[in-house]
Write a new protein. Structure first.
Length: 549
């Protein structure tokens, strides 16, 4: 349709004075100007101010530019939650490049694929992962990327495999490097690879505009005040730390870096630094609550995001008892991490703890700056009724959705079919308009023609006093086609039996939903704490074993 003529179109065009592309780079510049002496990063005995961080980022951006990194080039990083990882979220895009934060638990062959697929010009590496990276580099043809060692005294003996050390590179850069934002807010800011189990990982490309908006979303969803203290229990390589490097810069907060998730260390840092916020998968909070002393709750309330899997009601309850207030957020790599949240209502505080926890475990509603999230009937592409029963696929649309998959037009078009981003998650919408994920489409168990939600069964298993972690998958059955099979990791010092677990579930669940087999042992998990169900399906000899997770 041709745009009609309007007096509002004449002489009212975009100009430098009234339009600036949105970018989270502006958060660092403003905070360094307004709060120059405020603490930006604390790691062990090292403390940085926001003015220092801004200078260091400009210096490293200058170093990258001097070494041939141009707009649109990829700079990869294989790092834990150390100060350099925070800085890279600003210095790399400041140089016009795209940050690819690599999963540190991946094998050399997968890392090699990602570096080659992204055409990485530079890769930074921590000594702990130097050997893996060195083997990955061997598989990459010339020209190979420039390798930069990020040494860390906290790790112990330093292994060097790079061409230069990070601190030396920072010193070589120009502190007066020109501070410019992206020419277009649609320009790529980050590349994140999804985990693949039956094929190559897909490269999710996100843009400056989405990173800016979702960083603000985190502030709005958490009710964050100025100068928060954020503890890095979430890996920064996971969806760019759910955009929190940019969120904390926007609020002039302090990043408390944590190399490894250790419960007692976490409690120590919370008390020492007055931590106000943190984030992580259910496994992080389950580990914390298992190690906590219920008679000695945290001295001040910590606002904590939880995502990655539906949090068990028992975890939400226990966290509240030790003064960790959980906010359930939901999303995927393709939507910058969290893009929906269970918006809390004041009236919930009047409810009994268990009922309040059940409300808080829902995936909820769209983030304030995300256009929409809905449960859609894939056949009609219309929202399902808000009855809490009608099943559909959860879909997103809006500014907090990826540009697409790198070099994969077919996958991009398929994921955006019908004008929505298809998550692959199945869910319902209740009468309050809140979404609840019932399962991944591949995780639904069909037993005797009846649908069994693995999430529902897992929630019951988590109520058992001996259960630390639980996962349920389909197990082939000659009579019923499929039956639920439970995998359980027990709490330290606790014991139980298959018969006891089945009897426990049978008191709560109908027979067809009750596990017919129980397998005990450590559960395989990703680096972000997600239980790897595809491995459990293989172990259960499931018909779905060839599916990817």
């Amino acid at each position: 349709m041709q745009k009609s003529s309007s007096p509002y179109d004449v002489g009212l065009e975009k100009k430098a004075a009234n339009f600036v592309p949105l970018s989270p780079l502006s958060f660092l510049r403003r905070t360094a100007q307004v709060y120059p002496l405020a603490h930006s990063i604390i790691y062990g005995d090292r403390t940085f101010s926001w003015s220092e961080t801004a200078i260091r980022c400009r210096r490293f951006a200058s170093f990258l530019a001097r070494n041939g990194v141009r707009a649109g080039d990829t700079v990869a990083a294989m790092l834990p939650n150390v100060p350099a990882m925070v800085e890279l979220h600003f210095s790399v895009p400041l140089a016009g490049a795209v940050l690819n934060a690599l999963n540190v638990r991946l094998d050399a062959a997968t890392i090699a694929f990602m570096l080659q697929h992204s055409e990485a010009k530079v890769v930074l590496v921590d000594p702990e992962f130097a050997d893996t990276l060195a083997r990955a580099i061997e598989h990459i043809p010339e020209p190979k990327p420039l390798v930069i060692d990020v040494l860390d005294p906290a790790y112990g003996d330093s292994v060097r495999v790079g061409d230069v050390e990070y601190e030396d590179a920072v010193e070589q850069g120009d502190a007066a490097f020109e501070w410019t934002g992206p020419a277009d807010e649609w320009d790529a800011i980050a590349l994140s690879y999804t985990s693949g189990t039956t094929g190559d990982p897909k490269g999710v490309v996100t843009h400056h505009r989405g990173a800016y908006l979702n960083a603000i979303n985190n502030i709005l969803a958490s009710g964050m005040s100025q100068c928060p203290v954020y503890l890095w229990t979430l890996p920064m390589f996971h969806c760019n730390g759910w955009c929190f490097p940019w969120t904390i810069a926007a609020m002039a907060g302090t990043n408390i870096c944590l190399r490894k998730v250790e419960p007692q260390r976490i409690f120590e840092l919370i008390e020492r630094h007055g931590v106000t916020h943190m984030a992580g998968a259910p496994i992080v909070y389950a580990t914390l609550t298992a190690a906590a002393d219920p008679c000695r709750p945290i001295s001040r309330s910590v606002s904590a995001f939880i995502a990655g899997a539906a949090p068990p009601v028992s975890v939400i309850e226990t966290c509240e008892r030790i003064n960790i207030s959980l906010i359930h957020v939901y999303g995927l790599t393709e939507v910058y991490g969290p893009a929906a949240f269970c918006a809390p209502m004041a009236a919930w505080q009047m409810l009994p703890l268990e009922e309040r926890a059940r409300k808080k475990r829902r995936q909820g509603v769209a983030y304030p700056l995300q256009e929409d999230v809905a449960v859609i009937d894939p056949a009609t592409m219309l929202p399902v009724p808000h009855d809490g029963e009608t099943l559909g696929e959860v879909m997103f649309r809006g500014n907090i959705v990826m540009k697409g998959y790198l070099k994969n037009r077919a996958a991009t078009e398929a994921s955006f079919a019908g004008g929505w981003f298809h998550t692959g998650d199945l869910g319902v919408t209740d009468r309050e308009g809140y979404i609840t994920i019932t399962d991944r489409s591949k995780d639904i168990i069909i037993s005797g023609g009846e649908n069994v939600s693995s999430v529902e069964v897992e929630d019951v298993l988590y109520k058992h006093p001996s259960v630390m972690f639980a996962a349920v998958v389909a197990k082939p059955d000659k009579k019923w086609g499929e039956v639920p099979c439970a995998f359980i990791e027990l709490k330290d010092g606790f014991g139980t039996s298959e018969a006891d677990v089945i009897s426990f579930c049978r008191k709560i669940l109908p027979g067809f939903k009750t596990p017919k087999a129980v397998i005990f042992g450590p559960l395989p998990k990703t680096s972000t704490g997600k239980i790897q169900k595809f491995l459990l399906r293989e172990q259960a000899n499931s018909a779905l074993a060839i599916s990817s997770d």
